[in-house]
Design a protein around this ligand. Sequence first.
Ligand SMILES: C[S@@+](CC[C@H](N)C(=O)[O-])C[C@H]1O[C@@H](n2cnc3c(N)ncnc32)[C@H](O)[C@@H]1O
Length: 590
Amino acid sequence: MKKKDIILEYKLFKRYVQHLQLKLLQEESYQRKSINVKVNRNRYYQIDIKVNINRDNLPLITNHYKSIPQNIRLQNPIPVLLERLTPMSVELSQCEETEELFRIIQQAQQESIDKSKQLLRNELKIFLDYFFEKNKDLFRSIKDVFKFNEIGEAFNVSVEQIQLHFLSKLQGQYCMKSIVKYQLVRFNRYFCPICNLYMCSWHYSSKNQRVFIESEPNEEMIMNIQSIDNFYETDFKPNQMNLKESIWRYHMKNKQEIDIRCTKVERCGRFNCNNKKRLKKFQIKSIEQLLEFGFMNCCFINQILQHPIYKIYCNQISSIIKNYSNKQLNHNNKSQQNIMSPEISDGFDSYSQKLQKISNYQQQYTPCFHEGSCKDADCSCVMCPKYCCCKGKCEKKIKRCDCKFCGYDEKKHKFQCPCFNSGFECDPTICKCTNCNNVNLLMGISKQLILGKSLICNGLGLFAAQHFKQYDFIGEYRGNYLLLDEESFIIEQCNMLTGKHYLFEVDDKWQIDGTYYSNYLRFINHATNQSETANCQAIILFSEGRWRIGMLATKEIEVGQELYFDYGDKFKTKWLQEFNQISQRYFQSK
Ligand SMILES: C[S@@+](CC[C@H](N)C(=O)[O-])C[C@H]1O[C@@H](n2cnc3c(N)ncnc32)[C@H](O)[C@@H]1O
């Protein structure tokens, strides 16, 4: 028999097999069927065709060749999927090869590839499974996975379809990465990206809060995952203080809602579903993290962990809540009791009073969280620090440094670090600098200082207890953040009584008040820069989500020398002259 005939016969046989496969698929209940095909013409062919269900509940056909023509062998050891891609992909062996034969084979291959592509359009998922399985080592990062325009073009499917499919298929770290990012987007809708506080109006204006708490996720979000590069990553754990506050706010805010929606954890009006599917490990871990927070409401947890592919239902969450160790539950219940009934536990303000108070405060910096890119949304940020949740490539995103040394370059007489020069402390989570001297506020660095009687005025003053080099960082001027409003006016009035003022203006809107909560640096007295007595300088740097004040030595300072910095024109005119007169009068009258 000629080789040409063998190939043609095999081609016929394949067509027959395909016909049978199609028949099987068309049957309504194709689940786990198998047929045995025997063809005996010039040669004897035997094949078992089995239909199984794959992970996505799709029919997966496997052909088990019991007799493969002697001189025809399949190119790939994974026959099933290769077959689907190139059913006629055959190789000749032990045969005489002629040009004509090659032409026929190539033609047959091309035809079968075209046919396969046609088939694959309908069975994209199976192909993608195979493709992913084969190439998964190549997918180093989630971004690489999304470079599948070529597949899209070849198979006439949208890239989104492929993305969605891969997202459901991604395993291990790739999968976790995308899921964690997705959850963080949701998490940031409810919790402040700076302080992790539920409904934080200190960092997020109440307008933002309402918008983002009410809006539900849409399919678009999942498609945008790869573009959300820069938002703040947190391990979901707030500090203890914020945790208590969060739970309290959450329960106060959602009291009514909880009553309506989830009176018992196992019953839920909104996500009522009897899905018995087991959750994935990372889902369970995320639920447990939220339980640790103290959020026992399955609807709430559900809202945070919702995912278009990794579906999660209240009944699944509730079963985990039930299994959550009794010890944990008791602990959380106890803390919730305290938080839930502030009226009984102490003299807390009522919720509305408290919220009112909070909404009177504004942070100097509010992370942006708007729809669309910063450019499109006309975002008000001058620059977007890492806490901003900008989508896509943000032109305003703060660029971080990769200096070899961040600090004062004594040879060039200037600060080299671009972060410092643009008013930012380096952020070790983003900057790539090696020897960083621009993280003093973050590290809480403070030189050794002594409080003593001032040499310049009647009150106290601050003295060096160690030798300072020029441009050494002395410490942070700490205090409460105040808006230049009524409250700072009242503090000013109080200060007038003593004649001592501890308000430090950060900008035309904000002050840091060292009257009540502060450190030794509030005792540094004033001296003008012109008088050359001043040996320190205040610098305002953005660090950890807010503008903070640091103090630098502008000269070498010996042990025992008093520290002075220039309070600025306002102090000289308004504070020193006018206010000191008033205070003097006040004390004289006593
Ligand atoms: C931030 S406090 C400094 C510590 C203050 N000396 C104390 O005993 O608490 C600022 C106040 O110190 C006083 N003060 C600071 N520098 C002064 C100066 N050069 N001359 C007079 N009084 C000064 C003023 O009363 C001012 O309101």
